[in-house]
Design a protein around this ligand. Structure first.
Ligand code: ATP
Length: 542
């Protein structure tokens, strides 16, 4: 699996999809550039999202708000005070880590150990608080061993487990370990996660940090980038690069509602850059410091939010699957623990080679954001609802709408499409060994819709091919290639996901037909040049 991921990353670089930023200067960590084909694929994903969300819904409109916003916006939204990660420094190596990431690494290690020694995998899944899992399993395991009177074979466990074991049994008081376990079990059953965490901390049960290194305490580190606004050195104002696009929608809620005469329920969508100074960024374009979001805020009448939340939860998963992604690779992850502003939240997760990870979040954000902006800006954020409430016989009147948010990371979805479409096919026959790399992208997402390939570079074939290019290039993004043997050219188009290759040969000059080769089946058929616009149009239309 790791291998697949590595291959996807090198494929993305080799064919011009994704490059590391400032590569000639050894790169800038967690910042990436999209190359000539990556830019096309990214644009096609944006178009697909925009069409599905804005064009297909008469009650959703799209905006494009600025990256810079008034500093008070981030005070109101809670980002100034609350948008931070726990951070820890290793004083020996002078490296900085995200405390929970460090934990995650240990979990991974433990998880593998646990499976290796035969612990039932199902017991390892507590999706809402994965960081707690190893502790619980360790303790369970140890408790059972103690009960059964078995010796504990520490050689089979990681140093983490050994450490935990020591910390529990150091006092030689096994009963204490058992009662602690029961207490933790109860906390877990009652979903009292803060209590569980407190126990873990109190008993130093799960210390992800090696005992020998010299670590600082965990500190909170704000993830927003800031910069000085205006040219004045003194009194210059500190502004932030937005860490999410949503606030640009909230502050424009009334502008859009009034100028667009929008009636609740309605949505405002936007695609744009967001910036987060992630303490630890890794896994290629999964977690970047500069990334792009596609967000939609849907404003509803209070009391109807769960109905809309469920609708959007369903609608958004359909959007993911409509591109032919394997449904078995997707799952919902309902949050048991909610942010202070939310009354329901779910992640749409995709199974990456490194496990299930969030690609999109759907959140019921109540009236938190609009109320906060009303309070901080002292401007009314209310909507007048003229519809009559059947229960009272009177209009619903003025209220601050509730909000359902759908928020997808464009770069993460880009990675999903690459991983999902990348295949290395073995085409070996008895006579010879052969293989090809192919991106089986949905035709609507493919950077090029078709490639025009004259069989040879002479005898008028390139001229004929150019005529075909001219006929098609206004409507479709087309590739043209006359270099190398035809087989090699096919393979190159396979590797970049071009659904059709159009080959011009000597017969084409005589009868105005060409060969079309299909990327996935590699089947070829003869078609009239005049039919090409329709054939390609049908294939790539949404
Ligand atoms: P995570 O838990 O992975 O950090 P999050 O819960 O902070 O994500 P949200 O704030 O809900 O993410 O942002 C919505 C979407 O934006 C995510 O589902 C993800 O696809 C994307 N996203 C968030 N942070 C990043 C990042 N650093 N790089 C790339 N995409 C990101």
């Amino acid at each position: 699996e790791e291998e697949i991921f590595k291959n996807v990353i090198s494929h993305a670089k080799e064919y011009g999809f994704v490059f590391q930023s400032s590569e000639i200067y050894d790169g800038l960590s967690a910042v990436y550039d999209y190359g000539q084909l990556g830019a096309e694929l990214k644009n096609n994903i944006k178009t697909y999202w925009w069409k599905a969300m804005v064009q297909m819904h008469e009650n959703i409109v799209g905006i494009d708000s600025a990256i810079f916003m008034h500093p008070k916006v981030w005070k109101a939204s809670g980002h100034v005070d609350g948008f931070s990660d726990p951070m820890i420094d290793n004083k020996d190596s002078n490296k900085r880590y995200r405390a929970d990431q460090l934990l995650e690494d240990k979990i991974e290690q433990y998880y593998n150990d646990a499976i290796r020694i035969g612990i039932d995998e199902r017991k390892i899944q507590f999706p809402d608080e994965p960081e707690l899992v190893p502790t619980l399993i360790d303790l369970n395991h140890i408790r059972n061993k103690i009960k059964e009177g078995d010796p504990i074979d520490l050689s089979k466990f990681s140093d983490l487990v050994q450490y935990e074991y020591n910390s529990i049994t150091k006092s030689d008081d096994y009963n204490k370990a058992i009662s602690l376990q029961i207490e933790m079990d109860n906390a877990l059953k009652a979903e009292d996660l803060p209590r569980l965490k407190a126990l873990i901390e109190e008993h130093k049960i799960q210390c992800p940090i090696s005992k020998t290194s010299n670590w600082t305490d965990v500190r909170q580190f704000n993830l927003m980038f800031s910069t000085q606004f205006g040219a004045m050195a003194e009194g210059a104002e500190e502004v932030y690069l937005r860490p999410e696009t949503a606030q640009g929608i909230f502050v424009n809620f009334l502008n859009v509602q009034k100028s667009g005469r929008m009636k609740i329920p309605f949505g405002i969508a936007q695609i744009g850059k967001a910036f987060r100074n992630e303490v630890i960024a890794r896994q290629f374009i999964m977690r970047m410091r500069e990334f792009e979001q596609m967000e939609m805020q849907f404003f509803v009448r209070p009391g109807t939010e769960m109905e809309w939340y469920n609708k959007w939860k369903e609608t958004r998963l359909k959007w993911h699957l409509a591109l032919g992604t394997n449904p078995a690779k997707y799952k919902y992850h309902d949050h048991a623990k909610l942010a202070h502003y939310a009354n329901a939240a779910v992640d749409i997760e995709y199974e990456f080679p490194f496990g299930f990870k969030e690609v999109e979040g759907i959140h019921s954000r109540t009236d938190f954001d609009l109320s906060q902006h009303q309070e901080h800006s002292r401007k009314k954020m209310q909507y007048f609802d003229p519809e009559v409430d059947p229960q009272t016989g009177k209009p619903y009147g003025n209220y601050i709408p509730y909000v359902i948010e759908t928020s997808i990371g464009l770069d993460r979805f880009f990675l999903v499409t690459l991983i999902n479409s990348f295949e290395e096919e073995d085409l070996s026959t008895e006579e010879k060994q052969d293989s090809r790399s192919v991106l089986k992208l949905h035709p609507a997402l493919a950077p090029y819709k078709a490639a025009v390939l004259p069989l040879t570079k002479k005898d008028g074939l390139p001229e004929k091919a150019r005529e075909i290019m001219d006929m098609l290039k206004l409507d479709f993004n087309m590739a043209y290639d006359e270099k190398d043997a035809i087989g090699k050219r096919y393979r190159r188009q396979d590797a970049i996901g071009t659904p059709y290759c159009i080959t011009i040969d000597y017969d084409s000059l005589a009868d105005n037909t060409v060969t079309i080769r299909h990327r996935d089946s590699m089947a070829q058929e003869r078609v009239a040049i005049a039919d090409l616009p329709k054939i390609i149009g049908d294939l790539v239309s949404w």
